[in-house]
Design a binder for this molecule. Sequence first.
Ligand code: MF3
Ligand code: CO
Length: 250
Amino acid sequence: MIHLKSAQEIRIMDRANRIVLEVLDALEAALAPGLPLRELDRMAAALCAERGGRPAFKGYHGYPASVCVSVNDEVVHGIPADRRLATGDLVSLDFGVLYEGYYGDAARTCCVGEPDADARRLLAVTRESLLRGIAQARPGNRVSDISHAVQSWVEAHGFSVVRDYVGHGIGRALHEEPQVPNFGEPGRGQRLQPGMVLAIEPMVNEGTADVSVDGDGWTVRTADGRRSAHFEYSVAVTPADPLVLGVGAA
Ligand code: MF3
Ligand code: CO
């Protein structure tokens, strides 16, 4: 069952996602060679608390940290611990908050220092695939119109989309229906309606789409050891243009 949100609920979710984006901005600004990942986790927890939110991922199915930090061949759900950043690392930061009863969720991949040409292209293509997916989040379209827009952009540029993890509805729960895959034929799945809020989150690999999970039970990494990128926004479907939560003035 899909929970449609009222305008008032969407306002709260906008504020929740504002917190998420402010935390991501601060983490991105802190990235530097030598920084231990644990420090990013400490910052995320502190910045979130200052803003009246609670980190959404900590304790979720036992996940042990406040922010997911996934480096280079790690795709998602990396656990920030003792590892230190190095120049040229691609760092995916995924953060969620619970604020006034509603969840916010967003992610981005950043480079420590200047990205090489291949990395720059991976980041640009992944981010643009998210924007193209978001542009399909309109009443009358179906869920897989988002999926298809993401996949076709990614594959046209020679990269692959991860299939084992998908985007999702979001609201009073972190994960609500519907699932939002990053691949598929257009015109399938639920018809989109005003009030739906979707976390759209392409995970894009340089090489194979195949992934494996580490012995820690969380860290997802590419099967071929090549790099991966991840961008996510929470997006409200409205009668007019899609509303990317947390980015506007409110
Ligand atoms: N953005 C991811 C998601 O929506 C993060 C979940 S990580 C977990 O699924 F640790 F909470 F599982
Ligand atoms: Co998500």
